[in-house]
Design a protein around this ligand. Sequence first.
Ligand SMILES: NC(=O)c1ccc[n+]([C@@H]2O[C@H](COP(=O)([O-])OP(=O)(O)OC[C@H]3O[C@@H](n4cnc5c(N)ncnc54)[C@H](OP(=O)(O)O)[C@@H]3O)[C@@H](O)[C@H]2O)c1
Length: 276
Amino acid sequence: MTADLNCPYTVAKLFALEGKSALVSGGSSGLGLIMAKGLLQNGVRVIIASRKQKKCDQALEELEQYGECYAVIADVTNQDDRQALVRETANRFGGLSILINNAGANWGAKLEEYPDAGFAKVIDTNLNAVFSLTRDIVPLLEQAATPEDPARIINIGSMDGIHVPIVQRVPTFAYSASKAALHHLTKSLAIDLASKHITVNAVAPGFFESRMTDYVFEHFRQDIEDDCPLHRVGEPEEIVGIVAYLASRAGAYTNGTVIPVDGGTSISKGSRPWMD
Ligand SMILES: NC(=O)c1ccc[n+]([C@@H]2O[C@H](COP(=O)([O-])OP(=O)(O)OC[C@H]3O[C@@H](n4cnc5c(N)ncnc54)[C@H](OP(=O)(O)O)[C@@H]3O)[C@@H](O)[C@H]2O)c1
């Protein structure tokens, strides 16, 4: 039997990203910065967007060594900022191949002390802003999309949108509700945008090191690892890997899914020894 040399099933071909363009909200730190780095290292042109000038400048300095990257100062919860971000994306790239809705916020407090403002801020950042930015940037995604190579929207959800979080001790009511809603929004957008050749999926990470998880890592790392069937936290490559899959030829037929990347934490029963 001779090998079929025309067979396109090589990993290099299936996962190729070269020539695409991406917007990563919250790309100045944590998972967003990791994803931006991963995309740039694979030939994708990237815009990162976040609120703070200094963080954007520092991130850009690091990212520019890998490829064509731009930073836009934008608060995704602010309508004027979002519109400016869409304009800047159009000016830089024209059509947009990949939108990663990653910017996120959290708030932890006991029920009786949980402020309305904290709840609203989390829902506004993690849910409302994703909806509004997605709606406003669809024309750019449409411009880059073809039936063979759809444009991709990747929403960064959370395993906390799948199960009720157990490690933090301090309840994060708005966060888990916002991520559960984001997972569901992902599915309705996937159906709505399919006719425009745009796929929409969510990644639901478990624990990865970032500014958002600094506190829990410092205080509860052992619990986090105990709670995960693989007994460890996630590594940067494991987020880049899932994004490369969803953004490439390999993931072109995956649509409307929520993919946990959590070592199995969201399906494990976990233990709450401090509550016994
Ligand atoms: N790390 C984990 O273990 C984990 C697990 C599950 C899900 N996630 C999700 O992953 C995403 C990234 O979180 P992370 O852990 O990487 O946290 P992070 O290091 O705190 O990063 C959050 C990013 O979002 C930006 N941001 C926050 N609010 C924004 C706003 N209103 N407009 C624009 N940018 C904003 C921040 O930059 P500025 O402060 O400059 O705006 C920062 O770049 C979030 O959606 C989070 O819920 C993380």
